[in-house]
Design a protein around this ligand. Structure first.
Ligand SMILES: Nc1nc2c(ncn2[C@@H]2O[C@H](COP(=O)(O)OP(=O)(O)O)[C@@H](O)[C@H]2O)c(=O)[nH]1
Ligand SMILES: [Mg+2]
Length: 356
């Protein structure tokens, strides 16, 4: 289902909105749960923003930093040049690299643009922009796949990624999305490393109004995953979402732990593969690529969630991820409100970034 359909359906069902925003909210929620939610309503989607048009405006706003620094620089480069020459391509390369498109992807992209310029015989520098736009769209469209639940319930989604990437808040946003589609959701607090991580997920579960399975801090995360799936089956849940730890400092342990969770989940699903979402913080830069490789060694990643695109001028990282990881980007995060977790739509994304 496309984002527009999803929103149309949602806007019919839902009136109240609140915003996930991490640990700060955990404290506030403890003190004054109702107010904390209401307070966030103000910075959230009113009826206007629930229309596809309002949503697009919000996407543009979320991408505004990348838009002004990356696309803005492309614009001023192209408008300051009368001729298309090698110097122009070199400057274009520099802009792309600074936007975190990555060296390999930049070189590939600029080669493609150069070839297309040659083939089309254009001479006006301004005409390079639609070519660049089209080539970026090609890369972003190469691997797309929506987040879909399997026919057979429960569908299990494991969420992995380094600390702070946005796993828990992404889970809250997803839980709310599924719930608003009339699905029964249960969360598993398998980030057992810190008590605060369990509490944070629990606050979200309560706020969104979904069930949660948790153990004591320090418990075996695979046991939490097992219990959550069991509870999900017993209670007739449609979706099981499992939060996991992401402390990279203890790399081998973490990866062994994730492998074990993955094995348990697969066994409980009778060999069906779970959806494994890797959450990547767009502000981490090229490091994101090596993180992805690391996690891929432990679990079979089925999709990427790229969060915090609103917090960076280097949103070009999305192009590097699409070009270099061979994994579909399924969701993007453009802010802290529920609606700010979006299905990734390459066409819409490129339009929000490039078009006036
Ligand atoms: N601006 C912005 N903040 C986000 C986004 N996604 C997550 N965050 C924030 O990132 C912080 C860390 O998120 P959290 O879910 O706790 O990360 P975790 O350690 O991976 O579970 C929280 O304050 C979130 O509100 C996003 O798309 N945009
Ligand atoms: Mg977390």
């Amino acid at each position: 289902m496309g984002i527009a359909d999803w929103l149309r359906r949602r806007s019919k069902k839902e009136e109240n909105h609140s915003s996930p925003s991490g640990t700060e909210d955990v404290k506030r929620q403890d003190a004054e749960p109702k107010e904390a939610v209401d307070e966030h309503d103000s910075k959230l989607t009113g009826s206007e923003q629930q229309s596809p048009r309002g949503l697009f405006a919000r996407l543009r706003e979320g991408l505004s930093r990348t838009r002004s620094s990356f696309v803005g620089r492309v614009d001023s480069l192209l408008s300051s040049r009368r001729r298309i020459d090698e110097e122009l391509f070199e400057e274009l390369e520099e802009i792309l690299i600074q936007a975190d498109v990555g060296v390999d992807t930049t070189l590939r992209l600029v080669d493609e643009v150069r070839a297309a310029v040659k083939a089309s015989g254009i001479t006006d520098a301004e005409q390079v922009k639609p070519i660049l736009r089209a080539k970026i769209l090609d890369i972003l469209s190469a691997y797309t796949a929506p987040l879909e639940l399997p026919q057979e319930s429960p569908g299990v989604i494991m969420v992995v990624g380094v600390n702070g990437a946005g796993k828990t808040t992404t889970i809250a946003k997803l839980a709310r999305r599924f719930k608003s589609q009339g699905k029964k959701v249960i969360l598993g607090a398998a980030d057992t490393f810190r008590a605060a991580a369990i509490e944070q997920l629990e606050v979200w579960a309560n706020r969104v109004g979904v069930e949660i399975v948790k153990h004591q801090p320090g418990a075996d995360p695979a046991a939490v995953a097992y219990d959550t799936i069991q509870a999900g089956k017993a209670r007739g849940c449609d979706v099981v979402i499992i939060d996991t730890a992401g402390r990279l400092q203890t790399k081998t342990n973490l990866m062994r732990e994730l492998e074990k969770i993955g094995r348990v989940v697969e066994r409980e699903l009778g060999g069906r593969a779970p959806e494994v979402l890797l959450v990547i913080d767009a502000t981490t830069g090229q490091n994101a690529l090596s993180q992805a490789k690391l996690f891929s060694d432990a679990v079979k990643i089925t999709g990427v969630v790229l969060t915090k695109l609103d917090g960076t001028a280097k949103g070009g990282i999305i192009v590097a991820i699409a070009a270099e990881l061979g994994l579909p980007i399924k969701l993007i995060g453009i802010g802290e409100a529920y609606d700010d977790l979006r299905d990734f739509d390459p066409e819409e994304f490129v339009a929000a970034l490039f078009d006036a």
